[in-house]
Design a binder for this molecule. Structure first.
Ligand code: HEC
Ligand code: HEC
Length: 368
């Protein structure tokens, strides 16, 4: 337990430092924002963040666009909706296709509902000065107003439909544990997640709402520029060796890649679960090399044998699935954000491991 707490605390600390430098660096290089001054404090009410049309607490304002990542994060069965808004005349620079540059003034929201009731709406903003900030707004019982949660979050909100009747609103340090370790803190509005070639086997995915934008929708509106044209001509997908492998690796990307990625500022481990659209075959290769047959640092209790992240053909001996299935604080993966394992995602990954092919020959080319 102590180790995990320490690891999570350490990575949160790294994230805070990183987010601070990220904000500072961007502010200096951004075009419009003034170099000095302070950002206005976060609004106390969600309505004042600009999500809804005037007078409404349900209908998004004109210019606020819905989006639906194809490999969503599991959050104990919560139903989610997501939106983004760019400042007037602003656009996303997709030149670096796996790390989109969002303009100052970008706002993103994610609403969590359980049992048909809205619980919280999370908010990420890139301020006019270029800094990133994170907040959560908690809905009242009547469902007509959501108020800024304290920065430390709320440990246990009474929510009948939540596991054990309690719902945890993450604090801002927790946001950074997941959102602070990548070059860009936006995780679900990305080329792979918004690809029009959606994975039919993806778990937990809801079909995009009619008003949701995908990669092409963003590009057609001029809101995403500089993306390599081949990604629009042929929408990106994980170049896996089978549909089952694609969906399993997609689930791992959506739920784990924000910590387990090659840059590795979050987690000093060889394990990478991150896919990329700029060099998809190389990214796939890294994931397969670091999972299939790879030695694990973690030793399952009671086992003297050397453990492996994935033992091809044997999900019951694979540390990857053992840790996904566990909800003991010292073992569970992801380490925060859930009370219950993602049974559907876990079953998919187990099926992939049961069928797992050996690691690919590094000299051999992978064909999608
Ligand atoms: C356990 C990891 C984790 C934690 C903790 C977390 N998030 Fe996220 N968040 C994600 C992932 C992964 C996505 C994208 C996938 C999805 O939306 O299903 C996401 C999506 C979002 C989005 C939509 C924009 C985007 O990045 O795609 C917002 C807004 C958001 N989170 C805000 C927050 C805030 C605010 C907090 C803290 C109060 C927070 N998140 C805590 C992992 C996390
Ligand atoms: C918030 C960051 C974070 C997220 C999200 C996360 N992990 Fe981890 N993971 C860690 C840290 C930190 C460690 C190292 C400490 C430990 O072993 O508990 C770790 C260790 C591991 C290990 C052990 C590696 C070894 O060499 O033994 C596995 C396997 C693993 N994670 C799988 C996953 C899977 C699968 C997911 C997604 C379902 C996931 N992780 C999501 C932070 C994260």
């Amino acid at each position: 337990m102590a180790t995990v707490r320490a690891a999570v605390a350490a990575l949160a600390a790294v994230s805070v430092a990183l987010a601070a430098s990220l904000g500072a660096g961007r502010a200096a290089s951004a075009t419009a924002p003034p170099a000095d001054g302070v950002d206005a404090p976060l609004p106390e009410h969600l309505a004042d963040t600009g999500l809804y049309a005037p007078g409404s607490s349900t209908d998004p304002r004109d210019g606020v666009l819905g989006f639906t990542p194809q490999y969503p994060l599991w959050s104990d069965g919560a139903t989610k909706r997501r939106w983004l808004a760019l400042p007037p005349g602003g656009f996303i620079d997709g030149t670096s296709p796996d790390a989109w540059a969002f303009p100052p003034g970008t706002r993103l929201w994610k609403e969590f509902a359980l049992g048909g009731r809205r619980i919280e709406t999370r908010y990420i903003e890139r301020t006019p000065r270029g800094a990133w900030r994170f907040a959560s707004y908690v809905w009242n019982e009547a469902g007509d107003d959501a108020v800024l949660a304290p920065a430390r979050g709320i440990r246990a909100l009474a929510v009948a439909a939540a596991p054990g009747g309690r719902y945890a609103v993450p604090g801002r340090t927790d946001c950074l544990a997941c959102h602070g370790g990548s070059p860009v803190p936006v995780l679900g509005a990305s080329a792979l997640q918004l690809s029009p070639a959606r994975d039919p086997l993806a778990t937990g995915a809801s079909p995009p709402r009619p008003d949701a934008v995908d990669l092409r929708g963003l590009a057609e509106r001029g809101l995403l520029r500089g993306l390599p044209p081949e990604l629009l001509a042929e929408p990106p997908r994980i170049p896996a060796r089978s549909p089952l492998e694609r969906a399993a690796l997609g689930t791992l990307h959506g739920n784990c890649a924000h910590c387990h990625h090659r840059a590795g500022t979050q987690v000093p481990l060889a394990l990478t679960l991150a896919q990329r659209v700029a060099d998809p075959a190389a990214a796939l290769h890294e994931v397969l090399q670091s999972t299939l047959g790879a030695a694990s640092r973690f030793r399952p209790p009671g086992s003297a044998a050397e453990a492996h992240i994935v033992v091809p053909g044997q999900p019951e001996d694979s540390v990857l699935t053992l840790r996904m299935a566990s909800r003991q604080p010292q073992r569970q993966m992801p380490p925060l954000g859930t009370e219950l394992p993602d049974t559907e995602g876990l079953a998919l990954v187990q099926r992939w491991i049961a069928s797992a092919l050996p690691p690919p020959d590094p000299r051999q080319e992978i064909h999608p």
